[in-house]
Design a binder for this molecule. Structure first.
Ligand code: ATP
Ligand code: MG
Length: 244
């Protein structure tokens, strides 16, 4: 894969403008480049076409691939049309999630740019609906995702975008990773596991549930979990659905 040294971008106006998405604003692009350099990102990955490699395009950010300390990393860059340009809040929440072993590893943040470990894998929904796996493997993946949701719940961090886990859980060879703490907030009533359970028990996953032999969800067990967030109630809930 081709890369371009970050400092070279200054002399390549067309590529530089790609940093300011969707409006090509030279000033904003220059601000982003300064942040990238400040973060010690040495290079950016390029597509074969020569443009910057874009691995994600959300409503609020674009995600690029860079190199930092010789290792490939993900760069989350605020879009020019998103009001909140600072990544400070998101970095803070991701840092808290990292403390309980959840999320891509936060490697730094500066202004509109956040650097984190690059997660290589497939969206959970795509994985569940289209990949080949054994029921055991799929149950382990869901159990591990649930365990991470439980860790976030216990830490008082609400991800707030997990009911559609489609885009925010990536299944890697080492297991699932919860991404995007852009909407996460401290909460005394986090709904991470609740959201994940609602997702697992949603209509599109009906066939998957049958294939894995999951039992009907006991709503009372879920209510009990939400009242205590205890490990015992977590395990009891997962046991009744057949994930533990
Ligand atoms: N650390 C990462 N490693 C690999 N890919 C990532 C990483 N973070 C984000 N992505 C990719 O970029 C996409 C957009 O990232 P993210 O959801 O964090 O941005 P967003 O602007 O909040 O998007 P949206 O507004 O659509 O939720 C993700 O769906 C994922 O495919
Ligand atoms: Mg997102």
């Amino acid at each position: 894969m081709k890369t371009l040294e970050a400092k070279e971008l200054r002399h390549m106006p067309t590529l530089l403008l790609q940093l300011s998405y969707p409006t090509s604003d030279p000033e904003y692009a220059a601000t982003i480049l300064r942040s990238i350099e400040e973060l010690g990102v040495e290079a950016l990955e390029l597509e074969d076409t020569g443009s910057l490699r874009l691995i994600g395009k959300g409503f609020r950010n674009i995600v690029l691939v860079g190199v930092k300390g010789g290792v490939k990393v993900a760069l989350k860059v605020r879009r020019s049309d998103y009001a909140e340009k600072s990544t400070w809040r998101e970095a803070y929440m991701l840092g808290l999630a990292n403390r309980v072993g959840v999320g891509p590893r936060l490697l730094g943040h500066s202004g509109p740019v956040l650097v984190m470990s690059l997660v290589k894998g497939i969206d959970l929904s795509k994985w569940l609906l289209h990949e080949s796996y054994s029921p055991h493997e799929a149950k382990q993946t869901l159990l591990e995702t649930a365990r991470q949701c439980h860790m976030l719940d216990q830490a008082g961090i609400d991800h707030r975008e997990l009911s559609d886990a489609t885009k925010h859980v990536i299944v890697t060879e080492e297991g699932p990773v919860v991404i995007d703490f852009g909407s996460a907030a401290p909460s005394s009533h986090p709904k991470n596991l609740t959201s994940l359970m609602n997702y697992i028990y949603s209509k599109p996953l009906e066939d998957v549930r049958t294939r894995l032999g999951l039992a009907k969800m006991d709503r009372e067990r879920l209510r009990r979990y939400k009242a205590t967030y205890s490990r015992e109630d977590f395990e009891a809930l997962l046991a009744t659905v057949g994930l533990l």
